[in-house]
Ligand binder design. Structure first.
Ligand code: ACO
Length: 336
């Protein structure tokens, strides 16, 4: 017998430190007009030295809210899934840090490395474990500390202005009501584009001391690289495909979508999808204007905000969709 999973609680946390486009223009050759026109972003949050945050710590803050709202005791969590591209340590992963910080006795902890698609990949993993009956309650976190690894000089402006820090969490549990919960998830990757959006070092192939020796001043590949226009073109194509795939799997049409929560990559991408599918403003949720692109955290932050604002109600058909580095892309269809 297959069970069904549902989201029982949501939470998010963003650092207090607001960094506006104006603030960035003091660090690099950029301006509010360029950033707003190209991305829709007005401000983002950055961890500040001394504020006590890290990827795992922000994840724990979001998780505590999600657990409380789910009314599920931490010791009833059967599995932790942590999605991030910016872990505190090269190893071990953030999942085990969360287990320790939440003081959960022992449980499996799994880190997911699928960048902007990380939360939906994690949701799918959680869903499969609940479906088979192996686990009943799964804590899923997406969290990113981008600001710790961005090139905040003019050299890095094409990437650095886009990304922000934050965390979102969901507690998934076995659904008691027939039909309420995750209806389907759809995951894809195409590794031939891996280096079009990547952080190549430090890594086992690019060791920092060696890099600094080889490249004393410039081109040190330990800042993210993004082929922006190439990513944009692929993103709009794959977002569209994977949304349609999710709808078709469930016999739904675009008009049946109560709320589309796209990964907050770039407001222009969301607007392109909205126009293509002729969705009304109230059918699409965006908050990239306030937080920038928070990668694996963007969907759970947006989902939580939409829920907090009363924009998601029982029985609504919610579509999550993401595209990012890998390339990876994914969608999930939820009967809320
Ligand atoms: N401020 C001012 N000027 C800038 C900035 C900046 N922050 N960044 C780049 N420029 C300049 C460039 O140097 C270039 O100048 P030039 O014409 O003199 O050479 C000019 O602006 C145009 O640069 P482009 O890179 O061609 O600008 P584009 O219109 O492509 O916009 C952007 C860049 C916003 C990054 C866009 O390509 C984009 O959104 N791509 C998709 C990114 C995305 O969605 N990523 C999501 C996935 S993220 C993930 O998965 C981890």
């Amino acid at each position: 017998m297959l069970y069904q999973s549902k989201i029982a609680g949501l939470g998010y946390y963003v650092p207090e430190n607001v960094v506006t486009n104006e603030d960035l223009s003091k660090l690099m050759d950029t301006n509010d007009e360029w950033i707003t026109e190209r991305t829709g972003i007005k401000e983002r949050r950055h961890i500040k030295e001394g504020d006590g945050n890290s990827t795992a710590i922000m994840g724990v803050k979001a998780a505590k809210i999600a657990l409380e709202r789910a009314n599920i005791d931490k010791d009833d969590i059967d599995l932790i899934v942590f999605a991030t591209l910016s872990p505190d340590y090269y190893f071990p992963g953030c999942g085990v840090q969360v287990q320790e910080m939440l003081d959960i006795k022992t449980c499996p902890a799994l880190d997911v490395r699928n960048q902007c698609s990380g939360f939906i990949y994690g949701l799918s993993v959680a869903d499969q474990f609940i479906k088979t009956g192996m686990y009943k309650n799964v804590l899923l976190i997406g969290s990113e500390n981008h600001s710790g690894g961005l090139d905040m000089t003019t050299r890095g402006r094409g990437v650095s202005v886009i990304f922000g820090d934050g965390a979102g969490a969901a507690v998934l549990t076995r659904s008691n009501h027939n039909g309420q919960g995750i209806l389907s998830t759809h995951l894809h990757s195409e590794g031939k584009h891996a280096l079009e959006l990547a952080l190549k070092g430090p890594s086992t192939m690019h060791w920092v001391p060696e890099l600094i020796e080889e490249n004393p001043q410039e081109d040190i590949p330990y800042f993210p690289y993004m082929n922006g226009q190439y990513v944009f073109k692929n993103a709009v194509k794959r977002f569209s495909e994977v949304i349609i795939e999710g709808l078709q799997e469930n016999g739904l049409e675009v008009a049946d979508i109560d709320m589309l929560i796209p990964h907050q990559a770039n407001l222009r991408i969301s607007q392109f999808i909205q126009q293509k599918f002729k969705l009304k403003d109230e059918q699409v949720f965006n908050n990239i204007q306030k937080y920038g692109n928070t990668t694996a955290a963007s969907i759970p932050i947006a989902l939580t905000e939409a829920w907090e604002q009363g924009k998601i109600k029982d029985g609504d058909k919610i579509v999550l969709a993401a595209f990012g580095s890998g390339f990876t892309w994914a969608s999930a269809v939820i009967n809320w």
